[in-house]
Design a protein around this ligand. Structure first.
Ligand SMILES: Nc1ncnc2c1ncn2[C@@H]1O[C@H](COP(=O)(O)OP(=O)(O)OP(=O)(O)O)[C@@H](O)[C@H]1O
Length: 254
């Protein structure tokens, strides 16, 4: 099985004074296999988002190494990281960062134009295809104030997928959604993962994490537990997965 992402002895600290440093990530080690669907859980302030940003090249580790597809990206320049993020990675956040002065279609295709990998025609086709799959194609020419939170998150997913990334990173991708939209977005993420895209996301929601195949549990900046649950499919009993994951988390003090 190919390893797509690896953290080796990753530490991250922030300066709190001239000579003082506050450690946030403490000696983190893990590997992500290509095609896995993994959630990061843990109490508030345990370092989940910091871990996500440090392994996705959005932030710089203080020490240790991060490898993406075998390349040591923790030594990449800012320019190399920007190219990597643009071409190989997709990002979804809790709060949708779409540009207000562009319509929804243009929000999706902007990064594809920047990547300059395909012609305008094929980018437009890809965007319309993605929007159709997500059931939002009719909103393509609207602006962001005309779409609901659930619809906007679907646009954000289309935008994250437009450059056909190998990996999708999510920071509480369903955090701002009601339970119906959460369940729909998780169905979509499940389908994206089934078609081969690796997913690593932060969530505090057991219902959301129960749909992933593996959960990394963080506490006080450390990765303290790692649970493999097998891939979820719609025939599985989600409630049973939720309750067994909930019990495991409680056993680890969550
Ligand atoms: N840029 C920064 N400068 C200083 N401290 C930071 C910075 N970013 C995060 N922190 C601190 O790092 C710790 C971990 O934050 P992080 O956001 O990674 O936690 P989290 O587990 O994702 O929390 P939550 O579930 O509440 O979002 C917190 O104590 C936070 O205050």
């Amino acid at each position: 099985m190919t390893i797509i992402l690896e953290a080796k002895n990753v530490n991250k600290s922030y300066s709190t004074g001239e000579h003082e440093k506050h450690p946030i990530l403490k000696d983190i080690n893990f590997q992500l296999k290509k095609g896995e669907f993994v959630s990061i859980m843990g109490p508030s302030g345990s370092g989940k988002s910091t871990l996500l940003y440090n392994v996705s090249g959005m932030d710089q580790v203080s020490s240790g190494s991060v490898y993406f597809a075998g390349k040591k990206i923790s030594e990449f320049s800012e320019k190399e990281l920007a190219q990597l993020r643009l071409n190989k990675m997709g990002f979804i956040f809790q709060n949708i960062h779409l540009l207000k002065n562009l319509n929804l279609l243009d929000n999706i295709i902007l990064s594809a134009y920047l990547a300059k990998k395909s012609s305008r025609d094929s980018i437009n086709k890809r965007a319309l295809n993605l929007m159709e799959k997500m059931g939002i194609n009719e909103l393509a020419n609207h602006n962001i104030t005309q779409a609901s939170g659930g619809q906007l998150q679907r646009f954000a997913i289309c935008r994250a997928l437009i450059n056909q990334p190998d990996i999708l990173f999510g920071d509480e991708p369903t955090g701002a959604l009601n339970s119906r939209s959460t369940s729909e977005i998780m169905d979509i993420l499940g389908d994206i993962n089934s078609s081969g895209t690796t997913i690593l996301m932060v969530t505090h929601d057991v219902k959301v994490a129960a749909r992933s195949e593996r959960v990394l549990f963080m506490m006080d900046g450390k990765l303290v537990a790692d649970r493999n649950m097998g891939k979820f499919n719609k025939q599985h009993d989600l409630k049973a997965r939720e309750s067994s994951l909930g019990k495991w988390l409680a056993d680890h003090g969550f």
